[in-house]
Design a protein around this ligand. Structure first.
Ligand SMILES: C[S@@+](CC[C@H](N)C(=O)[O-])C[C@H]1O[C@@H](n2cnc3c(N)ncnc32)[C@H](O)[C@@H]1O
Length: 132
């Protein structure tokens, strides 16, 4: 999608991820683009990346009482706190990170990311005890 858009648009593209966890999706997308279209990664059209997460797991204060009691993960996924993620993706040129609970942090989204070219929403709140 980003590659396709990069052929049509002369403006800078944007990648937004809501629920970053350990950063697997971002790294996979970046690695794919790096192989498939390195000029998109490094050129003037390189995407602006925006990562949004609590970096502390699920915030039980926004859940209904019966949900909050189900044992959601309330710690950084894989121990990946804001500092760990900042370090892991320090190689990205144009990276913004918004730490806090969605939806209250949505107002902080910078203008260039308000209509993302690629949006990944992965703020799963399934409890550890829920059955599949
Ligand atoms: C399944 S993980 C995301 C995995 C990630 N997309 C990846 O590719 O590795 C879910 C993430 O959502 C975050 N999260 C859950 N509820 C959230 C909320 N209301 N606001 C922000 N982040 C939230 C958690 O802290 C956790 O890091």
């Amino acid at each position: 999608m980003l590659i396709e858009r990069s052929h049509k648009e002369s403006r800078r593209l944007s990648y937004v991820e809501c629920g970053v966890g350990e950063g697997h999706t971002l790294y996979s997308v970046w690695a794919y683009l790096n192989e498939a279209n390195p000029s998109l990664i490094r050129g003037p059209g390189a995407p602006h990346y925006l990562l949004m997460d609590t970096f502390q797991g699920v915030d039980p204060s926004i859940l209904p009482k019966e949900e909050a009691e189900k044992g959601h993960v309330t710690q950084a996924y894989g121990g990946d706190t804001l500092d760990v993620i900042k370090q892991r993706f320090a190689f990205l040129n144009d990276l913004s990170i918004i730490a806090g609970t969605i939806p209250s942090t949505l107002v902080e989204i910078p203008e260039q990311c308000q209509l993302p070219d690629f949006l990944h929403i992965d703020i799963r709140i399934a409890s550890q005890k829920s059955k599949r």
